[in-house]
Design a protein around this ligand. Structure first.
Ligand code: AMP
Length: 395
């Protein structure tokens, strides 16, 4: 039986360990900052024993790309079973990640490294609008990001100049993502594109599959395959995309299982955690398919509420973390046979949630309604429908 070690002690590692347990694989999770070890899906951490040896594991993987630069990590990076280490290092820094995408001629928003305020101003002028400034390393869930224009460029922290990038602010019609996996023999498989809604940089909900043309799916898969091949990557990788005027632009890459793939636990033939393990262990890897329409709702900064379980089809994944404002504490997967049925189930779920989550779920529900119903609702919001005629509300 293969022994695996996942670096990182968050919910992604926990869900990988749950999948490992189903497959009969042995997996431990490691907090690389503190040198704490969790066995399997256990919640109790223990200090690494004196005689602990990374060599006792066959395969190393990571649940996040931001890894500390300490002695323990330096040792783990040398492990022959940690094949993705180089790819992770490339993608963990937005500068090298963007340079890779440029080299592969994969479209992104225009960007530059920020050495001084003048760089931000130049990009803002060239793109004719605001720009998004991002920390090159370490930012996530909207942290380490500043939206600035040519006049407010000084709002980005000068202390970080040299370690920031700036991107044109994309006027996207929607955000999509694609999760795929590459096996050691080079074979790649992909989930369908999904649609994501972020609020203040944090993913709030995903709807899977996205309503998307076959050409968009093919284009996204082609881009992700090209990247995984270039990096000789094995395992699950995710590409986040902006759709702008019908074109797909890569926002960012994650060399790991991803929040926007959580729906697959309850809506696909194979979930992303198991797919990652299958790729790493050389196990059969059939192409995953969506079996239903599924919405994934992130539970952010709220206390556990058994009332969520009142919707019979809702599947709760609660991470058991200490509640804190702005922290992802769990997610709800809500599958349904059709988009219309999913819309109705989301509408039934909304009243069981606090205001912030209810608004997001209501929005997801409305987004799933057929376009003609959405148009009617939009019209109702700015006017009144009287006997088939539209009467705009004055002012
Ligand atoms: P990121 O951490 O880069 O994935 O950014 C988090 C979220 O911020 C994205 O999912 C978008 O909603 C928004 N965002 C990031 N970069 C841009 C951009 N260049 N233009 C517009 N929105 C952006």
């Amino acid at each position: 039986m293969k022994r695996l070690l996942v670096i990182g002690d968050g919910q992604l590692g926990l869900m990988l360990a749950e999948a490992a347990s189903r497959l009969g694989l042995r997996m431990d999770r490691l907090s690389p900052e503190e040198g704490l070890l969790f066995h399997g899906t256990g919640r109790q951490a223990a200090k690494l024993p004196e005689d602990w040896r990374a060599a006792d594991y066959d395969i190393l993987t990571a649940e996040r790309e931001h890894l500390p630069a300490n002695a323990l990590m330096a040792r783990l990076a040398e492990h022959p079973g940690f094949k993705a280490h180089g790819a992770i290092a490339t993608l963990a820094d937005r500068r090298t990640q963007k340079a890779l995408l440029d080299r592969l001629q994969i479209p992104t928003a225009d960007w530059c490294v920020v050495e001084s305020q003048a760089d931000i101003e130049r990009l803002a002028r060239a793109s004719g609008g605001p720009v998004v400034v991002k920390a090159a390393q370490g930012g996530y869930d909207g942290r380490g990001q500043w939206r600035v224009d040519a006049t407010s460029a000084a709002a980005a922290p000068a202390a970080l100049y040299g370690r920031l990038i700036a991107e044109r602010s994309v006027r996207f019609s929607r955000e999509l993502s694609l999760v795929g996996a590459r096996a050691a023999d080079g074979r790649c498989v992909f989930y369908p594109l999904v649609e994501n809604r972020h609020i203040e940089g944090m993913l709030r909900y995903t709807v899977a599959p996205a309503r998307a043309a076959r050409s968009a799916q093919q284009r996204a898969a082609q881009m992700l395959q090209q990247i995984m091949e270039e990096l000789r990557y094995v395992g699950v990788m995710t590409v986040e995309l902006f759709e702008e005027e019908g074109e797909l632009l890569v926002n960012e890459l994650a060399p790991r299982v991803h929040n926007s793939g959580h729906w697959s636990q309850d809506g696909a033939t194979l979930d992303q955690f198991e797919l990652h393990l299958r790729a790493l262990c050389g196990l059969p890897m059939p192409s995953p398919r969506a079996e239903r329409q599924t919405a994934m709702i992130n539970l952010v900064g709220c206390d556990f509420d058994p009332g969520w379980l009142a919707v019979p089809q809702a599947r709760l994944h609660w991470y058991g973390k200490e509640p804190r404002a702005g922290r992802k504490l769990g997610h709800l997967n809500l599958p349904a046979p059709t988009r219309r049925a999913l819309s109705a189930r989301l509408a039934a779920l909304a009243p069981l949630l606090d205001r912030e989550h209810a608004l997001a779920v209501q929005e997801a529900s409305e987004g799933l309604q057929p376009p003609d119903e959405q148009a009617c609702r939009a019209a109702r919001q700015c006017g009144e429908i009287v006997q088939g005629g539209l009467h705009p509300v004055p002012g």
